[in-house]
Design a protein around this ligand. Sequence first.
Ligand code: DON
Length: 568
Amino acid sequence: MNKFFIFCFILLIHSCSGTKQLVQQNIDPYNYSSTKKTIVSNGAVVSAHPLASKVGLQILKEGGNAFDAAIATQLALAVVYPGAGNLGGGGFMVATRSNGDRLALDYREMAPASAHRDMFLDEKGNVMEGRSVLGHLSSGVPGTVAGLFETHQYARLPFKKLIEPAIALAEKGFKITAREASGLNSISGNLKQYNTMATALQKEGQWKAGDTLIQKDLAQTLVRIRDNGKDGFYEGRTAQLIEEEMKRGGGIITKEDLKSYKAKWRTAYAFDYKGNTVVSMPLPSSGGLLLHQMMKMLEKKDIQKMGFHSPEAVQLMIEVERRAYADRSEFMGDADFYTAPVQAITSQAYLDQRMQDFIPGKAGKSTEVLPGKIKVSEETTHLSVIDREGNAVAVTTTLNNGYGSITVVGRAGFLLNNEMDDFSIKPGVPNIYGAIGGQANAIVPGKRMLSSMTPTIVLKNNKPFLIVGTPGGTTIPTSVFQTLLNIIDFDLSTEEAVNKPKFHHQWLPDRVDIERDFPSTLAKALEKMGYQMHPRSAIGRTEVIRVLPNGQFEAVADKRGDDSAEGF
Ligand code: DON
């Protein structure tokens, strides 16, 4: 193996004057670093990994639009960011096209045909510990590859071209970061336990920064996708390998499940906030709805005057978070299987009513603030892309938590998700993010599990202003919510909006999660009001592109990871 192998992309791009220019751009997978901020005029990509962002940038430079770049970046992430980038998971794309069209694509995983409501319970009705989280049974039918091909109708370059960088990265390998090394080391025991064959993610001894990760089986799967399109994944050898893996490991996904999987176009979820239009993901993500509820519960209160990170502002935000998440647990699930009362829980009268028991300076209690009353029956990663034509793309995609089910499909080289845990496996039993649910999010064959992923585009005068999203399980909507308020209401710089400490309340457990650098005086002030403060690890990894008043793009990558912003 040549350690200094360098990908040479020889590009032909057209300059504004129409003359052809030969541009040579190198992406060196053995020598790269993160760029946390860039201000550019022609196009920008922010993603969780420098190599993936560079691949996206390359595609933009080659004449691809934001959709091309989003596809190529996701494919590269499936190789260089195995903890969350994926072929074996799912995601959502929210986009606004230069002609004003709004798009929302759902490529969330779905429950296999033989899944059933109580599949994670034993004969006494108790939860079988860990079965929805690790190993073969925890996987839903993957959606990512179907999503990429649906997205491609809005792209400009051939799919074959968009997948080449990912194939090269898998085939030749790339240098892993210290973070990746520690991630892989942390799952080494589980990799042994939940795999039926050796995987490329395993190594004699410990991984360290600078080691090369080569994924030959994954490269072959990518080649089959390149040569056979969507069928290269959902049919033929890859589908066969997935089914065989399931049989070896006691999973239930079949070739029929794979063949029947479809990405679904949804109506983008939109609402106005202080003269901006927020465009986000509808069900089966709770993201758009939660954002709507949280932002509209406080829009009339003068939060700007209270000030960024003032106890008054943070308390108000905690209380709207509490109320929105209580509703999530009761009313939200895949709308194709459950009649979600979307109108009822987002009407302004309802939201105003929800805030009637809010007392400034005094903590609410989740035992008293229950889901609202209505009159009806009833390790993720984000990337943001913009191009010079004005297409904006926000994609959040996931295997669920880090490295998903930990199960790699034998001879196919990709990790499967553990998204079944995002269903409510038993009413009232929390998932790995502590979220509870019931009927609305119960397991049904073919149903998609409720998500928190919130790829979001904010429009000003109908033009993209912010492209935002983050991983983080249930903290995703609150991170997006806070990032938007930080910019729109508190007038923070984009970097501050992304990097300042975040907090999170999700109704149950009744506590405020805070990042470790959350100001201690603020935490004390909130404790005095009656809140239980709960310091925890980093909340999210938010990637933002902001369109500046002069039309330039400011791309900012979260400091919390290897995330990187590229542009030109
Ligand atoms: O769809 C969801 O809400 C979760 N599966 C997302 C998981 C996630 O963000 C993990 N990242 N830290």
